[in-house]
Design a protein around this ligand. Structure first.
Ligand code: SF4
Length: 267
């Protein structure tokens, strides 16, 4: 068993008692980096903000260098919005917008809420990429300013989920159900890892869970890759998937077939 150190969670200046209203407005937060012309995290060309800090420890994480909040740089909302506005024409003409991913953006709900709020005031489409491991009450107030959620469900079988992430699946399922209740447009993302998440029962379980949801517009099957492995080595972390290979096109197709057999738009 590898030794995992988890940050305290949630970390912002709101409490469970006051978070049912909204998290405190936070005018700055910690980000790892930004990408001005992203094309894989939501529709169109997107300005993507990678926040730092994540409560999960996914075995295949490509961003192991932003596990902790302090791995990032403190940045103000004003600074980010000024930068975002430079790319408005690209975003508008491509049907894109702003995506906040991580790390786990919902570790900083007040900060993320404020960025999204400012974006929507400017008519910019907003997308939140989250694992769903969050304080649901704090997440609710962020979601008021989110047009699209990219919800990463790392596995459906609870034991496999914990093996992959080091955490419980329950908060993610709770968020998924809430998104359906409020009809929030959602894309589900599932990373297919041979020998880990590719058990047909695991995939079928996820398909059966997602199929009744009217808010889910698509499900993306993301083939496992090792592009972040070098970061683990540089950081002195043990990369347990070093002998695991990316799935073959046939394995990806088999997963897609299961989702599509339930009427899900899977790509
Ligand atoms: S949720 Fe994302 S950032 Fe966090 S450990 Fe998993 S892959 Fe890495």
């Amino acid at each position: 068993m590898h030794n995992l150190k988890f940050p305290h969670f949630p970390i912002e200046h709101h409490t469970r008692e006051n978070s049912h209203i909204f998290p405190a407005i936070i005018n700055s937060g910690y980000i790892h980096s930004v990408e001005s012309c992203g094309t894989v995290d939501g529709p169109g060309i997107r300005f993507v903000i990678f926040t730092s800090g994540c409560p999960l420890r996914c075995l295949y994480c490509s961003n192991a260098d932003c596990r902790y909040l302090e791995n990032g740089k403190q940045t103000s909302v004003d600074e980010l919005v000024t930068e975002i506005q430079k790319y408005r024409s690209y975003m508008k003409s491509s049907g894109g917008g702003v995506t906040i991913t991580g790390g786990e953006p919902l570790m900083q709900p007040g900060f993320v809420r404020e960025i999204f709020k400012r974006c929507q005031e400017l008519g910019i489409h907003t997308a939140l990429d989250t694992s769903g491991f969050c304080d649901l009450e704090a997440a609710k107030s962020v979601l008021e300013f989110v047009d699209l959620v990219l919800l990463d469900i790392k596995s459906f079988d609870p034991d496999t989920y914990t093996k992959v992430t080091g955490r419980s699946i329950e908060p993610t399922l709770a968020l998924a159900k809430y998104l359906n209740v409020i009809h929030k447009p959602t894309w589900i993302r599932f990373v297919l890892v041979p020998g880990l998440t590719d058990d047909p029962q695991n995939i079928t379980g996820l398909a059966d869970f997602v199929a009744p949801f009217n808010n889910v517009e698509r499900l993306e099957v993301l083939p496992f890759h090792k592009m972040g492995e070098y970061k683990w080595q540089e950081l002195g972390f043990e990369y347990l998937l070093r002998d695991t290979q990316p799935p073959s096109p046939e394995q990806v197709q088999a997963a897609l077939d299961i989702f599509r057999s339930r009427g899900i738009f899977a790509i």
